[in-house]
Design a protein. Structure first.
Length: 158
């Protein structure tokens, strides 16, 4: 089981009308298991289906659709015996932007030089904020968990 706290998915995909059923959940499971190996994870469809509580064929159909849409890259791995093995997967966060888009954005007139100018709060005499205390100088209440277990008092409060 992964101990990942977050799963990041591409924002452009959230409203994609081509998604079906468990596609977003499969994407989130991949995101949970993504390692520091340049965004790649090696994950078994059987293990993913067990995590999600569905059939392996459901996971496979979602992965096929996500690859077709361009949200996931897949590297097939064959074992020495020729049997199927867990594949490598990578969530693709950004679609490639064509060069013509940048030229169009530079020429559209919506962008001013002021927007890209350096930001300096000191130019009008106001020093930057360096305050690091707690709001209203009130500390947070202590966590009351058992020794060696993480505090879970935040669950359901956001």
């Amino acid at each position: 089981m992964s101990t990942a706290r977050l799963s990041i998915i591409p924002g452009w995909l959230v409203t994609d009308q081509r998604l079906k059923g468990r596609d977003l959940q499969v994407l989130c499971v991949l995101g949970r298991h993504t390692s520091s190996k340049h965004g790649w994870c090696r994950r078994s469809q059987v293990k993913m289906s067990e995590e999600m509580g569905c059939a392996r064929s459901t996971v496979q159909a979602s992965l096929d659709r996500l690859v077709l849409i361009g949200a996931v890259e897949r590297r097939v791995v064959a074992s020495d015996s020729g049997r199927d093995s867990a594949h490598w997967y990578r969530v693709i966060y950004d679609r490639e932007t064509p060069e013509s888009a940048f030229q169009s954005w530079d020429n559209d007139g919506d962008v001013s030089d002021e927007e890209f100018a350096p930001v300096s709060g000191e130019e009008d005499g106001a020093p930057p904020c360096r305050y690091t205390g707690t709001p209203a100088d009130i500390s947070a209440p202590p966590c009351r968990s058992r020794v060696g277990t993480p505090c879970r008092s935040w669950i359901g409060t956001y």
